[in-house]
Ligand binder design. Sequence first.
Ligand SMILES: Nc1nc2c([nH]c(=O)n2[C@H]2C[C@H](O)[C@@H](COP(=O)(O)OP(=O)(O)OP(=O)(O)O)O2)c(=O)[nH]1
Length: 163
Amino acid sequence: MDETIVVVGGALLSDGRLLAARRSAPPELAGRWELPGGKVEAGEAPEAALVRELREELGVVTEAVERVPGEWPLRAPYVLRVWTARLLPGSDDPEPLEDHDELRWLTPDEIWDVDWLDQDVPAVRATLPHWATGTGTGTGTATETETASASASADGHRGERRP
Ligand SMILES: Nc1nc2c([nH]c(=O)n2[C@H]2C[C@H](O)[C@@H](COP(=O)(O)OP(=O)(O)OP(=O)(O)O)O2)c(=O)[nH]1
């Protein structure tokens, strides 16, 4: 019964802010906020799935930066895994093209201002220590994206008010 299907969620970071997306469907999820992404297809690498989903849903050109450790159960057979991601130079700004009807760039202080899907709360919390390494300006170079040592930065939990 090991038939899990991975849903990749993108912690898209830019200028120290995280992109949150409000779902427009299905009805039981509509109005709640999530990390944009979607299901990994058969034979597809999760990082490739993330880049594809962010292009389809938001019209952006991105790269996956680093895996956020952990795995969060969704409705069976789905599990959520999260990667930080950054906009590549020249990418358009994200727009809610499909699955979403509103987007917000959140600072760490604003992270709990939106009504995240329940199952996303621990995943979003887990991204916080990665904001320093995952933050791209959209014009940066690869060297700024993969400095694992910064992932333990002391301010990684700033703004966290949720239990
Ligand atoms: N993308 C995404 N999906 C999430 C999150 N949290 C969560 O419960 N889900 C659920 C919603 C959906 O039931 C499922 C992902 O479906 P999806 O509709 O985003 O994926 P998809 O684009 O590949 O879907 P499809 O229309 O091609 O079937 O996981 C999240 O943070 N990001």
